[in-house]
Design a protein around this ligand. Sequence first.
Ligand code: TSX
Ligand code: MN
Length: 621
Amino acid sequence: MAPQVPNNADVSAKVVQGKLDRLPQAVREFVERSARVCQPDRIHICDGSERENQQLLGQMEEQGAVRRLRKYDNCWLALTDPRDVARVESKTVIVTKEQRDTVPIPRAGPSQLGCWMSEADFEKAFDARFPGCMKGRTMYVIPFSMGPLGSPLSKIGVELTDSPYVVASMRIMTRMGTPALEALGSGDFVKCLHSVGCPLPLKKPLVNNWACNPELTLIAHLPDRREVISFGSGYGGNSLLGKKCFALRMAGRLAQEEGWLAEHMLILGITNPQGRKKYLAAAFPSACGKTNLAMMNPTLPGWKVECVGDDIAWMKFDQQGNLRAINPENGFFGVAPGTSVKTNPNAIRTIQKNTIFTNVAETSDGGVYWEGIDQPLASGVTVTSWKNKEWCAEDGEPCAHPNSRFCTPARQCPIIDPAWESPEGVPIEGIIFGGRRPAGEAPLGPRGEDVPPVQGAFPSKTPMASSAGGGKTIMHDPFAMRPFFGYNFGKYLAHWLSMARRPGVKLPRIFHVNWFRKDRSGKFLWPGFGENSRVLAWMFDRIDGAAGARLTPVGYVPEEGALNLVGLGGIDVGALFHISKEFWEEEVADIQKYLEEQVNADLPGEIRQELLALKQRVGQM
Ligand code: TSX
Ligand code: MN
């Protein structure tokens, strides 16, 4: 960062809360250096206390940035500028010396696997944005731990931001404040710098009292410097830098260097009727119901599911060769629309208190409302939409933004796993890869089992999520990580292969699922939701070698009778597990084309060979 103002500017005089000289030296230097560039009026070092939190929320309420939802306890609603409602992939970059360190060089056209920016271009972009960007505002210093405080699997970050909304949200999503500083000691931390990009006095009036700068939005990752630098957006994925930026992209790089895995996976515990328990991790692209699965209530009698995490898993083989996973997060930042007592009763119970809602609708009695909430409005109760206008169902506009969110503490989940904060992590015995395909793929397999790292590399095409801001483009999403790779995807594949080849490791079983297969009339073939427990139960028994499976050219599927369908009427098992040669010929050709074009020279030979073998098996069907 080139200093734009004299180096001797007295930063410590700006501190209104906390003590600069109590910070570890490296943190202090980071704060001073950033404050000299961003020139905030005040600096507030967050302690993470309830008092501090209430003071910030009260202040935001006074400024009209959040509203208290009087129907619940300590719940708040923020409405954003409609131009700042989602992650912006086109403005999310990774800065490395060589382009190939960030993305494979595609055979033709642009890479779909990430966006590289040169160091020189980044310096220019930084200098065009950050000098003076916090004038008139307070710079908050947020020390945070990703992962349970003090776990050997956890990592510390420090986020500097001029957004109090970010502070309040980070307090929910991470372990934030003085304890994180204590855990840091004199160790390493990831430097996160965030600004909404609206210095005071404003040049243009705010929309909805939401500060952002869409023209200049940029979310940059500098893995070699262990820095995340984000400008212009207050929306979660772009501003709560511990989550996607740190826990997936930056951690991905750290994991590659240090020999572990940072993945876009939920973690759940499942207990069978005999009381034996296993943990599974599952990778699904956005908008496939990951949070619903992570908190599912099984319909199968005697089975129990408990939630460790709904979005991110950090996993490492321990001395005994067990794959140990932690959830680096402390809360859920979930999509609100579609969440109801039917689809996810545990989420509904979680969000009754201490929750920050963003871009949902508000009822006139101080409650929340959204599409698919499945709650009739009491008579006389009216709805104000996320655009802050009286809402009327007949107008055809949604009352909540499709990417509206709840930000809520994980500990409030009624089925949070007793070991969810265990410092050693939970042992993962199975990994599920999921997609969202109307045709061709059954709720279990095919794509098989038992070939760990290769399976996630064969990405099923999935409609791109609303959170990515794009419409319904169908895209490959390998490992559900396409928007979150922190380095070259070919090298990522090589890293997975090298992890699996380590001597003495117990490899988790790999499964593929698709809850979304439809029949010819467009009806879902599988009831999903709690009934997915039948699929999880089969996996549980399969890991124990107790469930019957039939080998097909594209992998194992449950043998007849092995999947418990008792009490489920009208399932067309034939259609559900039908494997079409035509579909798979096209599918394999498509995956092959995608990997050869996109991963090109960086595609590991083993993956190429596995794909060829699959092609041959399908050809012989
Ligand atoms: O989350 C979902 N899951 C996983 C649940 C544990 N959804 C919602 C996806 C949008 C985020 C699902 N939608 C699932 C599912 O398993 N399955 C479906 C498709 C589906 C939707 C409705 C019905 C059946 C299947 N049935 C009725 O509406 C009656
Ligand atoms: Mn996610």
